[in-house]
Write a protein that binds this ligand. Structure first.
Ligand code: MG
Length: 271
């Protein structure tokens, strides 16, 4: 789940979750182990979503399946009840970027379905998202999803001790814009741990060498959102669903990672 950007030059969403501002947390080895458990449950749930999505299924059915998977592992869905969010997953389709509410919408051949999963166990949270092709999708949609997935990989590679937050954003932006897509600015990645949204904010744009220093023990969610059209967003009347202002297609991928002395460790791997 994305954090609303605090940058003053962008709009504030009406549903803006109040940010945890207790500063950046450095996890102990024991806390990192707890983050690994939470991340693995998110990864397992995303793997299940990838196997389950098909034309004809509703987003509510997928929400139920995700809920069962998360709780089967002894975890709780981190999004359910978060500032009143009703779902266990965020379910966003096509021009919906993030924070879609699961419901009676039926997925159809050619849709891009974005599912975002959060799980809490032993007080720690994992958060990750994938874009899934529903049946056969257009070449444009496939290219957008591939570019978004690879921009996340570029961002993750930059998440090393000694680098800065701007190195991550710059890596995502350079790759994504290089593929011809616009980078959403009004929603960003975030630190994560005992809280879903901790410091620092992790924008998907930036300048190398700028922003907070990355240190071993930090856990962050990196989550590029790329649009075919321009980067502006709008929030629907449900006060949650973020859509592209121009109605163009959007894709979202997210991983929770730990920054270790050896480099980034992906905690929410899926297959
Ligand atoms: Mg997130």
């Amino acid at each position: 789940m994305a954090s609303t950007s605090r940058k003053p030059r962008v709009q504030t969403a009406s549903n803006s979750p109040s940010q945890y501002t207790g500063g950046i947390t450095i996890k102990s080895p024991q806390e990192l182990d707890a983050m690994r458990v939470a991340g693995s449950i998110v990864g397992a749930t995303l793997s299940l979503m990838k196997r389950t999505v098909e034309p004809g299924i509703t987003t509510r059915e997928l929400d139920d399946i995700a809920y069962k998977e998360i709780t089967r592992h002894g975890a709780k869905p981190a999004f359910k009840g978060y500032h009143g969010f009703p779902g266990s997953i965020c379910a966003s389709v096509n021009e919906e970027i993030v924070h879609g509410i699961p419901g009676k919408r039926v997925l159809k051949e050619g849709d891009i379905f974005k599912v975002d999963v959060g799980a809490t166990i032993d007080g720690f949270i994992g958060d990750a998202a994938v874009s899934i092709a529903v049946g056969e999708v257009s070449d444009e949609a496939a290219d957008l999803m591939e570019a978004t997935r690879l921009s996340l990989e570029e961002g993750i590679k930059a998440a090393r001790p000694g680098n800065r937050i701007g190195d991550i954003g710059s890596a995502v932006q350079t790759y994504g814009e290089g593929r011809g897509y616009a980078i959403v600015r009004e929603f960003v990645g975030h630190g994560i741990g005992r809280f879903l949204h901790e410091d620092p904010q992790v924008p998907n744009y930036g300048q190398p060498g700028r922003g907070q220093l990355l240190r071993a023990g930090m856990c962050i969610a990196i989550e590029p959102m790329l649009n075919v059209g321009d980067w502006h967003t709008r929030i629907l009347d449900d006060n949650w669903t973020v859509v592209t202002a121009d109605g163009s297609l959007s894709s979202h991928f997210e991983h929770t990672i730990a920054i270790t002395e050896d480099g980034p460790e992906i905690l929410t791997k899926h297959s």
